[in-house]
Write a protein that binds this ligand. Sequence first.
Ligand code: ZN
Ligand code: ZN
Length: 353
Amino acid sequence: MRAAVIERLGKPLVVQNVPDPECPPDGAILKVGANGICRTDWHLWTDDWAWRGLAIKPPFVLGHEFSGTVEEVGRDVRGWKKGDRVLFPMNPGEGTCEWCRSGNQHVCDSGAQLVPGVSYWGAFAEYVMVRFVDVNLVRLPESISFVDAASMACRYMAAFHGVANQAAVRGGEWVAVHGAGGGMGLSAVQIAAALGANVIAVDVSERGLAAARAVGAAVTLNGTDGNAVEAIRSITKGGAQVSVDALGIAETCCNSVLSLRKLGRHVQLGHTTRKEVGYVPLPIDVILLNELCLFGTFGMQAQRFGTMLAMCEAGRLKPAQVVSETVGLEGITAVLERMGTYDTTGIVVIDSF
Ligand SMILES: [Zn+2]
Ligand SMILES: [Zn+2]
């Protein structure tokens, strides 16, 4: 099969023929329909996450946010067959640990070994192998295209889980989204707006802010003009009920917490970088005095996709609007290079292999 292979970290990917993946008894081989290029790919390609023990060893094939068609299933698989249209959430479980058995396989104890494109070769290729498919695969309705579904396996599902499930955003609430112009940020803006919230989008890029307006932001603020936190507190008369850090750098995380009114809910959607190494100073007394809640969010379990897909089918959510561009395997390197300077808006999806 064709695949875009990392031969050296940080250097251009090389599109070449590699052996097809083999199907394990509990797994499946998917023919990849589309695959989003994620900031996680950039973190791995630049070796930015070695400090957290997440590093890849070349030769390696990235790609963890994909949709496609089942090509082959293992002998133990009961719920799936060749030809099924599916997506595979990027944080799968094996189905038997305490977390899996309580319906939380997205935080499975063995999850870290099961992520395609992170723990083993992923879907910047014609085919990809996935494990424990009876626990993890999601059936894709005919009305949702592979390109629209690709980001649902990572950023779009995480944004939905954070906004709809964790923070339980309700109609009429103010929701501030920091780092709104990236794939995760635009997804959060669109989902919060679809749930009836008034969304304030903050970004340093005018292009990102225009994209946020197009997916439903009521107010946009450029983080480089003065104080975004003061502006949010003034527009909302005391702070937002919910605030989202979609980026994961110190400034967006701290600003998100400071944007909240009393009893507000912060949602952490962005992972930190080599600069923060996992730690961000936060205003602890503000959190204490205002009884703020902090929600971590990491993907979403397969069985919770029903309401999100129903909103897509009804036209209330439009994941296509957060897809900014499609490329082939040869176009991946240029997208990763642009991510290094935060020069991407929305989600770039690979749609030809
Ligand atoms: Zn991703
Ligand atoms: Zn488990």
